[in-house]
Design a protein around this ligand. Structure first.
Ligand code: PLP
Length: 361
């Protein structure tokens, strides 16, 4: 086996080694088919089993009842910014959004482009998106309330979701999907680009509550309608077969090796605490998110100057720790601690950070 590094990439991101090995083992001959899973028909029994099992595992992991349906939609989370208002807005009602940074802003823009009556009912722009607004509640006059559950760039995360007050919550959970248990019942729809916690890039997983389908209008183009995906088991056209297959293996790892979302959440909290505790005790590193809004998935921090930050990122890579550069829009450093990045990676990072500080601090 070639070298594997500690991978702190923000997405595409680390996948469990067990999953990569399983893909390798069965790549040339998928379950006696004599073909790779990328070569079999999406209408075959092999792929049918793959997609159905991935959907069933999602339901078990999240505790979804038959009120919810699991969909795979190509186009990433960004296409969902557009599909959500297109399908779920209700004539005569505003759509409400919370603005917690770049990804929220992109979602808001797509609703505005479509001429929807968008209300930004809360925002953390006043302090450069370093926190999550408090006491956000659904207004029953709105069609839905949209928020970004984890802000990948700024490193903030909703510890508790907004109170719905009967308004369907809609959330972009791209960067903390399947990282902890959640109560799905107030949600009309959840979406997540797969490339952070559950698989490779190329597909978003969408969880839709069935009553939302009553809102879908006939005049929406076929491939942009949620009902096309619910009616055809996400196979109206050819799905991204390899992505769905890999997601299925990651979910199997999550369910059978890790033991489910409760255990995954515990491990993720411990990983994040180890890194934040170290940062908090150091006069050299400075966390950028306000402590009560910190993300357990993306830990954002600064060093005393940009020159040191560049050296830090470069030297970390020389020490087999990759992906620590902050998002290009904000600079600084970021360690993404998604499900597949284990405690051993966090411990190696903390050790390296301590050593770097001793040398440069
Ligand atoms: C919170 C969040 N939403 C949306 C996106 C965009 O996802 P995609 O590239 O799948 O469109 C990202 C990607 O980094 C993200 O972090």
């Amino acid at each position: 086996m070639g070298k594997r590094i500690h991978n702190f990439n923000a997405g595409p991101a680390a996948l469990p080694l067990q999953v990569l090995e399983e893909i390798g083992d069965e790549f040339l001959d998928y379950k006696g088919s004599g073909m790779s899973i990328t070569e079999v028909s999406h209408r075959s029994k092999w792929f049918d089993d793959v997609i159905n099992e991935a959907m069933e595992r999602t339901k078990r992991l999240l505790g979804l009842d038959d009120n919810f349906q699991v969909l795979f939609i190509q186009g990433g989370a960004s296409l969902q910014f557009c599909m959500v208002p297109m399908n779920l807005a209700v004539a005569g009602k505003p759509v409400d959004y919370v603005n917690t940074g770049s990804w929220s802003i992109k979602a808001i823009k797509e609703a505005e482009i479509q001429g929807k009556e968008v209300r930004v009912i809360a925002s953390s722009k006043d302090r450069d998106f370093s926190y999550i607004p408090r006491d956000v509640e659904g207004d029953p006059k709105a069609g839905y309330l949209h928020f970004t559950s984890n802000n990948t760039i700024k490193g903030t995360q909703w510890a508790e979701f907004p109170k719905s007050n009967g308004v369907p919550l809609v959330s972009d959970m791209s960067s903390d999907f399947m990282s902890r248990p959640i109560d799905v019942n107030p949600f009309g729809l959840i979406y997540a680009g797969a490339q952070k916690n559950i698989g490779p890039a190329g597909t978003a997983m969408v969880i839709i509550r069935k009553d939302m389908l009553e809102r879908v209008q006939d005049n929406i183009p076929t491939m942009l309608k949620y009902s096309t995906f619910t009616e055809k088991n996400s196979m109206f056209n050819t799905p991204s077969c390899f992505v769905v297959y890999t997601i299925g293996l990651v979910l199997k790892w999550l369910e059978e090796t890790i033991g489910g979302l409760g255990e995954m959440g515990r491990i993720n909290r411990e990983k994040a605490k180890t890194l934040y505790d170290f940062i908090d005790c150091s006069p050299f590193y400075r966390g950028t998110a306000e402590p009560d809004s910190r993300s357990i998935m993306n830990v954002t921090f600064r060093l005393p100057d940009e020159g040191l930050e560049k050296r830090f990122v470069d030297e970390a890579l020389e020490n087999d720790m990759g992906g620590l550069k902050g998002h290009r829009s904000v600079g600084g450093c970021r360690a993404s601690l998604y499900n597949a990045t284990g405690m051993e990676a966090v411990k190696a990072l903390v050790e390296f950070m301590a050593e770097f500080e001793r040398r440069e601090g």
